[in-house]
Design a protein around this ligand. Sequence first.
Ligand SMILES: *Cc1c(COP(=O)(O)O)cnc(C)c1O
Length: 436
Amino acid sequence: MKLYSTRQKAPEASLQQALFAGMPADQGLYMPVAIPRLPVETLNLMEGLAFPEIAFLIAQALIGDSVEDQVLKEITREAFSFPVPLRQIGENEYVLELFHGPSLAFKDFGARFMSRLMGSFPSLDKRELQILVATSGDTGGAVAMGFYGVPGIRVTILYPSGRVSNLQEKQMTTLGGNIRALEVAGSFDDCQGMVKQAFADRSLNQELRLSSANSINIGRLIPQIFYYFYGWACLPARKSALYYSVPSGNFGNLVAGLMAWKMGLPITRLAASTNANDVVPQWLISGEYRPRPSVHTLSTAMDVGNPSNFERIVSLFQGDRELVKSMVSGYSFSDEETRQAIRRVYDRTGYILCPHSAVAWLGLQALTAEKRGGQYAAVLLATAHPGKFPDIYDADMASQIHLPELDFNMQGAQQISVKIAAEYSGLRRILLESSR
Ligand SMILES: *Cc1c(COP(=O)(O)O)cnc(C)c1O
């Protein structure tokens, strides 16, 4: 696989280079130069296969020139060792549950695959790889558990003190080992700013081998393509039309859906479903892209005011908004609508959606409003377990939500984090001290 920068001012990169650099030097994002189309025979093969087997077929077509088959088989088997159920909640309506990994959110797909892929490349640089990541909640846990115990890699997570949920904090702070959590006395923006300063710090980068695990990394995006194929392969019968609704914040998930379509998955149309942070739906309507500070909503993981993967969407369609509109419908929903949707789906079917997935359900209704009969399948991506957000449900619903046993015995485990001020100098000192 060869990758180009969406800003086209940096040289092409190999998969290994893109994976370890994270971002090209021109501050664009890496995208594959060519996206292979799977032959119909390969698609036909997928029905009835397990998730890791389908993941392997797609990975082989995409990055098989950069990674040996045997290694890809091992990575897909180990990374996707949890169930991915497709549940029917209406005549044509399905929920693809992407939250059965250890962090109980879909970010496990990206983090678990990427960590193993990184570990599979023999490194010429013998120094430990230092992964730095800022999180507002879900990414921290997925990256912590995804990279836990991977040899030669140390992870440092920065999270805003007092602004992540209990469970999210446990996921980041109880593992220990090669995972270090820094509790920053500041906001998520402060954490992100400190991480960016570290990457821009030349002398630090001479001392340490730094890399990022944010969703700008193509290694987190590739594995998200797999579940679009898997969801389709699990449908009970082939339909004439296939719709996906994607709860979107930074839009990595939507880009993965578009890549699945480019690879030959017969998707009719995708809904880009957002909360009040609607810069992409607005762009689809008006053609003007106006990033702005994010507003706080019920679906917090989608509170993004300047989605970094927007550049990738534009690049996939050569900058032609009309072409984007021929595949993607944009929708935005309020917190009130989201609450009502959770209620309505529960009353009608007994199914409980998390707030992000409820936004996707609303998008799916809008996308299929005109459709009648049984000739289509409409699938919403459920990105987090409702048990991660216990405070938003009433007592009746809350009593119906069952969190699975936690993998790393987090309930009783000791939480270890280092409290630091929201100043770059403190982060720099910690990184340098621990590398000596
Ligand atoms: C990160 C996240 C999203 C948004 O995904 P993007 O790829 O950034 O659009 C949606 N739901 C949940 C639960 C998330 O954690």
